[in-house]
Design a binder for this molecule. Sequence first.
Ligand code: SF4
Length: 214
Amino acid sequence: MTAAAADGPGIEALRQAIARCRICRDAPQGGDAFRLPHEPRPVVVLSDRARILIAGQAPGLRVHETGLPFNDASGDRLRDWLQVSREEFYDPDRFAIVPMGFCFPGYDAAGSDLPPRRECAPQWRAAAMAAMPQIRLVLAVGQYAQAWHLGAQRERSMTETVLAWRRHLEGVAGVPVLPLPHPSWRNSGWLKRNPWFEDELLPELRKRVKTLTG
Ligand code: SF4
C-alpha cells in the first residue's frame, strides 16, 4: 500500500520498517523447515487518522499478488457486513487494516492457508497499535486477532467469543473490541447456524461504522 500524504513521521517510519521486514524468510522461528517459501510482501494499512482498525488474519494468495488487503471474496463479504463500498473500505481516513501476520504464509499439506506467521505480531503489533492511538473500535476478525486483542477476556472458542460481543464492546484499555468470525466462504455454515450474528451483531456493527467513518 502506498503512504497517504497526511501521515505523520512516526507512522511513515514504521511503514517503511515493515516493508523491509524479512524475518520469516531470513530468520524463521523454528529454523529452516519453517522458512517462508516466497519473498515477503507485507500487506498492511497503517493510518493515524482512521478510527476503525480491521484486525484480520493474514493475506491469502490473491492479496499477496495484488498487495491489496481483503481483495477477494472474503473482502466482499466483509464490506457487506460493514455496508461500505470498496472506495470507502480502502480509504485510510476511515479504516486501518492490520492483520495478525502481514505476509501470505503459504499453504499447508491439505492446500489450506497456513495460520498467520507467529513471528509477526510479537515483532510489529505493539508498535502498530502505539502508532495509532486514535483508534476507537477494533474489529477482531477470527481467532488469532481475538486472542491478541482480547487476551484473557476472550471465551474458550471463537463462537463463544463472538456471542459475547456486547461484553467486549465495553473495551480493552478503553477501546471497544468487536469480535467477528472470518468472512471466508468456509464460514458460511457457521453463519447459517448462528443467525443472531446477522440479526443482532451486524446492525450494531453498521451503526458504529457509520458513526466512526461518517
Ligand atoms: S510476516 Fe511479518 S514478521 Fe514475517 S516477514 Fe512478513 S512482515 Fe516480517
